[in-house]
Design a protein around this ligand. Sequence first.
Ligand SMILES: CC(C)(COP(=O)(O)OP(=O)(O)OC[C@H]1O[C@@H](n2cnc3c(N)ncnc32)[C@H](O)[C@@H]1OP(=O)(O)O)[C@@H](O)C(=O)NCCC(=O)NCCS
Length: 207
Amino acid sequence: MSSFELERIIPLDFTINTDRCRLRCPSAADIPDVFSATRFAGFNDGMQWEPPDSIDELDQPLRDNLADWVAGTTYCLTIADPTTDRLIGRIGIRRTNAAKPTRSERANVWNLGFWTHPNYQGQGYMTEAAISVIKFGFEDLGAARIEASYALWNKASQRTLEKVGLRIVRYIPHAFQKKGRWIEANKMEITKQEWFNLRASPNIDRS
Ligand SMILES: CC(C)(COP(=O)(O)OP(=O)(O)OC[C@H]1O[C@@H](n2cnc3c(N)ncnc32)[C@H](O)[C@@H]1OP(=O)(O)O)[C@@H](O)C(=O)NCCC(=O)NCCS
């Protein structure tokens, strides 16, 4: 059976429950909290999207997120407080066209991106969410490999990715542009085999 055949349809009401969070499809109710995150100085500096000028500019990205979910190309999940349903952060897993997929991988390589609202950073939320989404990628999406990139200066992102098991594979001198300047980045990845090995490790709780 190929990795594509392992993939299943993910309905819009799909959720992932972690110890402290519920990960769910984005909704219009999230928009004020997304907008509020982008008002913090430097919040968008490590990401390829820019802060919106007005809250209305976030309507179209929400429609795009839902369309991509239905198409099965990107699952952007709101990390929500399970009691209030308020947004803590976002994490997305996007199918990518791997530059050189091995035969067994075909094109089933997925890319991870994330942010935590500045009011909730440094409390372990993204580590918790990323572990659960990597599990989702390998178990539900049939991923063969999961990649992520971080701007070299972005130590919080690097540390989060290291903590959840990714390793650096490549330096990218011109990853993306910010204010007209190229940002250098590192690409990281974890293969399905590495993830299984980590899960088997007695020192890591990845249930
Ligand atoms: C990167 C980001 C998502 C991390 O979210 P978070 O919820 O704060 O992450 P966690 O609390 O799970 O922390 C993960 C690790 O990063 C470390 N960390 C957090 N901020 C850090 C910083 N400024 N410098 C170094 N390490 C940092 C934490 O200490 C923790 O490691 P530890 O357990 O060894 O102490 C968050 O900083 C963020 O949203 N940044 C802005 C958006 C962004 O850059 N996204 C990533 C794009 S690639």
